[in-house]
Design a protein around this ligand. Structure first.
Ligand code: PGA
Length: 250
């Protein structure tokens, strides 16, 4: 079974439009030969439109970092899935631990957002992961199972094909302390087994599971060597075009 690797950049709340444009101009040159990996850039909303113009007919896809689950209406400050499609997005990151922690997003809300994304033909990068406290009290697998079962409620066998799962241990995000390749592999394998139970063997074999949390140009190779690690979701190290192209080219 060959799964196409996916490397995604999560810029979070960083970069002006001008900074985003200048990143893409350099970056697209340095990754243009890559064919065996999918590359996704997720800038803040304000840069989506300009970045989309620059990546047309390249091997780079566009993603956003959030949506609202409603289609339109009186939701001041929110952006819908169809608006993101309109701006050129192919992907959206959902369930990120920063959204869960700072904006009180529950699995139920994330599930509604997933439904809205899929309905609008946006692919989803669904993040799950345990806190340090949960890992230390041996709850990692129970937490991952709970998050996945609830986030994927009523997601059909057809729809799950448009979801990429990102395992992001909360203690590894932005801390410089990545999970070891073995720690990542153990959870990725567990996620794949769970997908087999929730869906079927073929779906589980084809599903892409990314690792995220302090990925950089030095540790990405070892992580990607693991059987069940199909790519990376990269925060801090994706902000510099040289570092991120090194990660994509590794
Ligand atoms: P990090 O962030 O690479 O800076 O740890 C990853 C993420 O939050 O997706």
């Amino acid at each position: 079974m060959t799964r196409k690797a996916l490397i995604a950049a999560n810029w979070k709340m960083n970069k002006s439009i001008q900074e985003a444009v200048s990143f893409i101009k350099d970056f697209k040159e340095s990754v243009k030969k890559i064919r065996n990996k999918e590359i996704v850039i997720c800038p803040p909303f304000t840069s989506l439109f300009e970045v989309n113009k620059l990546i047309k007919n390249t091997n780079i896809a566009l993603g956003a970092q959030n949506i609202h689950f409603e289609e339109k209406g009186a939701f001041t400050g929110e952006i819908s899935a169809s608006m993101l499609r309109d701006a050129g997005c192919e992907y959206v990151i959902l369930g990120h631990s920063e959204r869960r922690n700072y904006f009180d997003e529950t699995d139920e809300i994330i599930n509604r957002k997933i439904q809205a994304a899929l309905k609008n033909k946006l692919k989803v990068i669904l993040c799950v992961g345990e806190t340090l406290e949960q890992r230390e009290s041996n709850e990692t697998k129970a937490i991952i199972k709970f998050q996945l079962e609830n986030c994927l409620r009523n997601v059909s066998n057809e729809e799950i094909k448009n979801i990429v799962i990102a395992y992001e241990p909360v203690w590894a995000i932005g801390t410089g302390k990545n999970a070891t390749p073995e720690q990542a592999e153990e959870v990725h394998k567990f996620i794949r087994e769970l997908l087999k139970k929730l869906y079927d063997e073929k779906i589980s074999n084809e599903a892409r599971i990314l690792y995220g949390g302090s990925v950089n140009a030095d540790n990405v190779k070892e992580l990607m060597k693991m059987k069940n690690v199909d790519g990376a979701l990269v925060g801090g190290a994706s902000l510099d075009h040289k570092t991120f192209s090194e990660i994509c080219n590794s």
